[in-house]
Design a binder for this molecule. Structure first.
Ligand code: NAD
Length: 355
């Protein structure tokens, strides 16, 4: 057994169908009396439902979260929290809404309760992102980690099938990279393999019936584990490429993860035999077939498999390759421009992944 360091995240996790009903007690448990409820405009009705559930413990609703947390929105939300005298925030939604909660916490130390409705995993990480003048900056700060996470699979029944598949693959990407993280450890490896298995196993049932509550529970359980991996260890090439492509070319988050993951794993393949063994076990395919199996998984469930389909301009591939080798994340295989440019070409075209 190799030496390792393991630090457990201090979040409290409340999991189960119908667990939203426990939210008022969870607010009380934090000693809070006035919760500001956050959501995107699309999920404003869910936020109003949460506010009604909280009754006099609701300070108000701020339904204006958008992707990538523009600093202007973060400032508005912070001002609203102050104006209403909020002493905690409840973020109901995907990574964008959780991200807004984190932006408030970063500034004010306000405790956040996250109620995730996608599989992004942000709710269990101390990672925040803020976009200022078109540039997204990310950082880690323990203050932004939600104090409590209420995982209620019933809230994911409305997640459209296309987003269900790409969001699950976003979760799988956290687990896959966690398995070869330079600062990995045996506990994180267990969570990664089990999270990956649960997310992948849920997809066929959700394809057949997106309202299958048992499968929704399985996927959300997997997302929790995969998110915990993301919050615990360093990510590598895959996340670097996704941040570069998402940030510089404004491509949709979960979809970029879906397209890039098979190619990033193929690039690293000769250097990560143990990780591929675990991923293969979770997906029930041979280790050597993992990159192709992940691409096939996306295709089988109607998810995009090319950057071109996401609106990536062909003329941007050179720039993306250049950006990817700047301030590289730690990765098992050194990041070299020429093979990465070739990787991006294959990802652009939706070609099979190659080492
Ligand atoms: P999202 O939060 O942007 O949600 C996409 C859309 O789906 C929104 O309109 C949302 O309202 C809607 N939606 C969410 N759940 C729904 C449901 N159950 N039913 C119907 N509609 C629903 O998407 P996301 O992929 O969850 O989050 C992406 C963002 O999160 C990115 O900005 C990414 O950088 C960030 N992120 C951060 C971390 C972190 O650790 N900091 C981790 C993962 C993602």
């Amino acid at each position: 057994m190799q030496a390792f360091t393991y630090a457990a995240s201090p979040s409290r996790i409340v999991f189960g169908a119908g667990s939203l009903a426990q939210l008022p007690a969870e607010v009380e448990r934090l000693g809070a009396r006035r919760a500001l409820v956050l959501s995107t405009p699309e999920q404003a009705a869910s936020a109003e439902r949460v506010a009604a559930l909280l009754g006099e413990r609701s300070a108000g609703v701020f339904p204006r979260a958008v992707m990538h947390v523009p600093i202007e929105t973060a400032r508005e939300a912070r001002a609203e929290a102050q104006r209403l005298g909020a002493d905690c925030a409840v973020a109901i939604g995907g990574g964008s809404t959780t991200g807004l909660g984190k932006a408030i916490a970063l500034d004010s130390g306000l405790p956040i309760i996250a109620v995730p409705t996608t599989y992004a995993g942000s709710e269990v990480t101390p990672i925040y992102g803020l976009t200022e003048a078109g540039v997204k900056k990310t950082g880690r700060d323990p203050r932004v980690l939600p104090k409590t996470v209420v995982y209620d699979p019933e809230l994911t029944l409305t997640l459209p099938l296309a987003m269900t598949v790409t969001s699950a693959l976003n979760a799988i990407a956290h687990a896959a990279e966690g398995l070869y993280a330079h600062d990995g450890n045996p506990v994180v490896a267990l969570m990664a393999e089990e999270g990956l298995r649960a997310c992948a196993a849920a997809l066929p049932a959700l394809q057949a019936d997106p309202r299958d509550l048992a499968a929704r529970g399985e996927a959300l359980y997997g997302a929790w584990l995969c998110g915990t991996v993301l919050g615990s260890v360093a990510m590598g090439l895959h996340h670097k490429l996704c941040h570069t492509l998402g940030g510089s070319f404004d491509l949709p988050h979960a979809e970029v993860h879906t397209v890039v993951l098979p190619h990033a794993l193929a690039y690293n393949a000769p250097h990560i035999p143990a990780a591929l063994l675990r991923i293969g076990r979770a997906l029930q395919v041979p280790a050597a077939a993992v990159p192709a199996a992940l691409q096939a998984l996306a295709a089988r469930h109607g998810a995009p498999t090319s950057l071109a389909a996401l609106g990536m301009p062909a003329g941007g591939l050179d720039r993306a390759a250049g950006l990817a080798v700047q301030t590289p994340y730690p990765n098992p295989r050194p990041l070299e421009r020429a093979p990465l440019r070739a990787l991006l070409q294959r990802a652009f075209e939706g070609a099979p992944p190659e080492p």
